[in-house]
Ligand binder design. Structure first.
Ligand SMILES: NC(=O)c1ccc[n+]([C@@H]2O[C@H](COP(=O)([O-])OP(=O)(O)OC[C@H]3O[C@@H](n4cnc5c(N)ncnc54)[C@H](OP(=O)(O)O)[C@@H]3O)[C@@H](O)[C@H]2O)c1
Length: 295
């Protein structure tokens, strides 16, 4: 029997590259890009409503893994219209297109839907985003929740890792500074449940296969501040810890407000998925010894 069809949006980005590589084994993958296309990918601007509908109608995928987004918080804050166009309107288009061909939509949302005042958020907690980015993600979640289809809202935590194709990450910025022996300022009062990109891709691909529907938190197994993350990275990858400079997030101004603690509770995830959630030490150990081939 032929493998089922999977459509991945945002395959040219950081998370999309890991999904594209891992999905090849079990799926017939169609990978979408927009401005930065890699071999084998199809360029499709998701803001083009009719073109998206026509494409999905022609392909008839079993699952759409919707990863594409404007994911830069400060850029979204400065250009809310553009953020809304991709993070919300394009998600609405894909939702309609998925329903039209009875495909399952797995939408990648974000921990930024929470305000960060409390931390260890459960899937049942009310959202209260602080930024334009968070608001567009929360609005897209609401649309999907209101739809009758058996879709998935996968809230991803802060993602770290080395890119297979395009895109970048917080840990990529940190590693490039440490490699160049430059100091790196890291917040001691900003808490996340960081997830290794390859582990997150595994969680999302399991969600593409299984019959889960609703909201799920896709995160690492451990809550930590960014400085502690940096310390573990230095120890495991052999960088000098002397280069890490502990600072407070309140000493830095950013265009988009940053929540202090958007760590995610994953009790529900462990009950729903077989993919093990990794703590930072396990994730970074695997990252450091990773073979970065795409296929
Ligand atoms: N990075 C994190 O720490 C983090 C944390 C939580 C949640 N998330 C979510 O995880 C997902 C992936 O994040 P990422 O860091 O991998 O993002 P990324 O590297 O910035 O990739 C974004 C992707 O979206 C595509 N895209 C943007 N505008 C598009 C358009 N108009 N039409 C079609 N495609 C378009 C880009 O295509 P081109 O490059 O080809 O233009 C790229 O493939 C996003 O939904 C993000 O909100 C990320």
């Amino acid at each position: 029997m032929a493998a089922p069809k999977l459509l991945i949006t945002g395959a040219s980005g950081f998370l999309g590259g890991a999904l594209y590589a891992q999905a090849q084994e079990d799926w017939r993958v169609t990978a979408l890009c927009n401005t930065t296309c890699f071999p084998g990918m199809v360029a499709l601007d998701l803001s083009q409503h009719d073109a998206v509908h026509a494409f999905v109608r022609r392909l008839r995928p079993r699952v759409i893994l919707h990863v594409a987004a404007h994911a830069n918080l400060d850029a979204c804050e400065k250009n809310p219209q553009q953020a809304e166009q991709i993070n919300l309107t394009a998600t609405a288009t894909l939702l309609e297109a998925a329903d039209a061909v009875q495909a399952r939509l797995v939408f990648v949302s974000s921990d930024m839907v929470f305000d960060g005042r409390r931390g260890m958020y459960r899937v049942s907690d009310a959202v209260s985003p602080l930024s334009v980015y968070g608001r567009t993600k929360a609005a897209a979640e609401a649309l999907i929740q209101a739809s009758p289809g058996a879709h998935v809202i996968a809230r991803a935590a802060l993602i770290y890792g080395r890119p297979r194709l395009g895109g970048g990450s917080f840990s990529g910025w940190l590693e490039s500074r440490l490699r160049e022996r430059q100091a790196a300022t890291l917040y001691t009062d900003q808490f996340r449940t960081p997830v290794w990109v390859e582990n997150l891709a595994g969680q999302l691909l399991e969600l593409a296969h299984n019959d889960f529907s609703g909201i799920i938190h896709c995160a690492g197994a451990e809550r930590a501040d960014r400085f502690r993350f940096g310390q573990i990275l230095c120890r495991l990858a052999g960088y000098s810890e002397q280069l890490l400079v502990p600072v407070s997030m309140h000493d830095h101004e950013t265009a988009a407000p940053r929540p202090a603690d958007v760590s995610l509770d994953t009790v529900h995830t462990r009950q729903s998925l077989k993919t093990p959630l990794l703590d930072i030490e396990e994730g970074l150990t695997r990252m450091v010894s990773q073979d970065l081939k795409v296929f």
